[in-house]
Design a protein around this ligand. Structure first.
Ligand SMILES: *Cc1c(COP(=O)(O)O)cnc(C)c1O
Length: 392
């Protein structure tokens, strides 16, 4: 568990320039107040239900399981959430909080565009001005998501610095926030960054785990034996894991992007080396070279392609409560195709990493085991990448 200054053991913290301490302190105070206020909790519950479409289904996939000679497999269907991924749970929570704080403008960073789209939707719905920072390289790779954000009234600002991808967009958003916090909230997209973001984002995503637990009880009258989720920054994984952390007999598995190989630069698997460092305001495991420079990462899935991992995952790795593994690009793609053909569900390439690990271990598991995979998003956004591979 986290202590009062936002630490998960030695991980986490608030490593930011002094100028950001004021908005961060203000956010901490507002969040502490909001999370224990029934009116806030109720407003969030209502918008998640009536606008976003919660609860999302828990779907058994027997045909997929038969193909891999597996146990009973259930998917938690965040792909069915409005805008197509779990990201909206967090965006709606933070935008409601921003309104409560009297902010009129919201900034966000986005890599693949999913968090940008979720924030654009939340801002449109709640009457907030929305600015999204996005690496210019990502804007080219994810053009349909740029159009979706713009259609919902957001301004998308291209970031040309550095590698012109997600980490550069985060830097730009932090810079904006340091000058604009009097009227602006920074809606960070994963369970990452300076305190209170990791805790707050985990709390907004914990609705996934709470629903899942209840649905398991209803559908098969027990708890799952194993829960598997993909880990980018770590928000969908912590969202589903959080409800099961204290049930020590339930095995929790986080799956990272193994990319194309094990060399630094070929993957985004932070737990291959688990070397601690600071990125974007937080002490955690970071992919870096021997001089401490942040390494380039690679993955077929843009949502998992980030050099740091949320600090709570660093703690759960160190305490051995969660097992972290990685699967390769090709394995994820094959799992996506198998699910599509056997069950008629096209999942995101990110979520396909979690499925792919289950494919690898399925035939060694007892047949009466129940496994839940968090299907974090839908795959429409990935069609160009999938079609580009000739083995479809
Ligand atoms: C962004 C994204 C992820 C990775 O982010 P986490 O914070 O690790 O959950 C995973 N799946 C989908 C569909 C995403 O859009």
């Amino acid at each position: 568990m986290m202590n009062t200054i936002g630490r998960y053991d030695e991980f986490g913290g608030t490593y930011v320039a002094e100028i950001l301490m004021q908005p961060i302190n203000e956010l901490r105070a507002a969040w502490n107040e909001a999370k224990s206020d029934e009116a806030f909790t109720k407003a969030l519950f209502d918008i998640l239900k009536n606008y976003a479409g919660r609860p999302t289904a828990l779907t058994e996939v027997p045909y997929f399981s038969a193909k891999i000679k597996g146990p009973r497999i259930y998917l938690k269907r965040e792909d069915l959430l409005h805008t197509g991924a779990h990201k909206l749970n967090n965006a709606l929570g933070q935008c409601l909080l921003a309104k409560r704080m009297g902010k009129t403008r919201v900034i966000a960073e986005t890599g693949a565009g999913q968090h940008g789209v979720a924030t654009a939707a939340a801002c449109a719905r709640l009457g907030l001005t929305c600015i999204v920072y996005m690496g210019s390289k990502d804007m080219k790779r994810q053009a349909p998501n740029v159009s979706r954000m713009q259609l919902m009234g957001a301004t998308v600002i291209p970031v040309e610095n550095g590698s012109a991808t997600l980490k550069d967009a985060v830097n730009q958003a932090l810079r904006d926030w340091s000058e604009s916090y009097s009227d602006t909230h920074y809606c960070l997209g994963s369970a990452l960054g300076p305190h209170p973001f990791p805790e707050m984002v985990a709390e907004f995503q914990s609705v996934i785990g709470r629903e899942c637990r209840e649905q398991c009880q209803q559908q098969f009258g027990a708890m799952p034996n194993i829960v598997i989720a993909c880990v980018g920054g770590g928000s969908n994984a912590i969202g589903i894991f959080s409800e099961f952390l204290s049930d020590h007999h339930i095995q929790l598995i986080g799956v990272e992007a193994g990319g194309t190989g094990k060399e630094l630069g070929q993957h985004a698997a932070r737990f291959y080396t688990a070397t601690p460092g600071v990125l974007h305001g937080c002490y955690t495991y970071v992919l870096q070279n021997s001089e401490g420079q942040i390494a380039e990462t690679a993955s077929i899935s843009a949502g998992l392609d980030y050099p740091a991992v949320g600090p709570q995952h660093a703690q759960l790795y160190k305490n051995k409560r969660v097992e972290y593994v990685a699967v390769a690009d090709d394995e994820a793609l094959a799992a996506l195709q198998l699910l599509a053909r056997t069950e008629g569900i096209i999942c995101a390439l990110e979520s396909a990493h979690a499925l792919a690990y289950l494919v690898k271990i399925a035939n060694q598991l007892p047949k009466n085991f129940s496994v839940v995979v968090n299907l974090s998003g839908r795959g429409d956004k990935d069609l160009p990448q999938i079609m580009a591979r000739e083995n479809v």
